[in-house]
Design a protein around this ligand. Sequence first.
Ligand code: SAM
Length: 271
Amino acid sequence: MNIPWIRHSILARRWLDRLRYDAPDFAARAFTERRHWPPYSLRAFVGGAEKFDEVGPWFLTEFRNLGLFHFGVRILDIGCGCGRLAYALAADEALRELQIEYTGMDVDRASIRWCRRNISPRNPRFTFYHADCRNASYNPRGAMAAVDYRFPHADASFELILLTSLCTHILEPELRHYIEEIARLLAPGGVVYATFFLYETPEEIAAGIHRHGIAFPFVQGNFAMSCEEYPANAVAYSEAFVRALIQQAGLRVIEPARYGVQDVLLLTRPE
Ligand SMILES: C[S@@+](CC[C@H](N)C(=O)[O-])C[C@H]1O[C@@H](n2cnc3c(N)ncnc32)[C@H](O)[C@@H]1O
């Protein structure tokens, strides 16, 4: 369908996906090992209905290689969506031994409802909660501004904080606030794994599609958008700006940053 509004509205697309694909997708999965997956429309909402079983395990390997798991590690997954990471973490036998404590938070009520009904009952150490914060693309009718949201956890509550494909969808004031909150929530010696679309110069990001595979033609101050009407659909940030926010919040980047389709920054709080 080539109506621009539908093409750009993530929520409108989800409604269409629900109508068109959820039932046939459910039927196709019903007698396979994919029967426990979230519905098509929730998987597509986090950016890839078909690759649900690739992305989660990919991150799992990545976290393992980086040495981010240890016994009893407390994990906060901000913007957890329909549990792409949680699903992979919960399914991993070796991790079960580590008794990790996982908390997932998202502004999307439907995704959290699915995770609570389908992941938590089988994995009591996995909990999920909904925060009704506004995001123009993902939760436009949210009751509160994300910049006013205080995460309901005590200081230093988590050793590992995950933000996969979240900072690519939040605007500058929210990003600043979330980095401050993360600095508060991170336990000494803990690590933040965050992905971004980063750029060096406005000219570079505006020039066309580069490593991120998305065009960001609308540059505004420290960030660039793929779509002016729906700025939270995909947001790229000046790397210097993000690094300054991180430093101001009292966090430190564990070098080197890793650049790819999404750029990865690992952060820690100097002890
Ligand atoms: C592209 S999805 C990524 C989901 C998940 N992290 C993953 O990698 O599968 C972005 C998610 O961020 C959530 N989100 C958007 N704004 C948010 C905010 N201010 N706080 C928390 N989550 C937010 C959306 O609802 C959506 O589920």
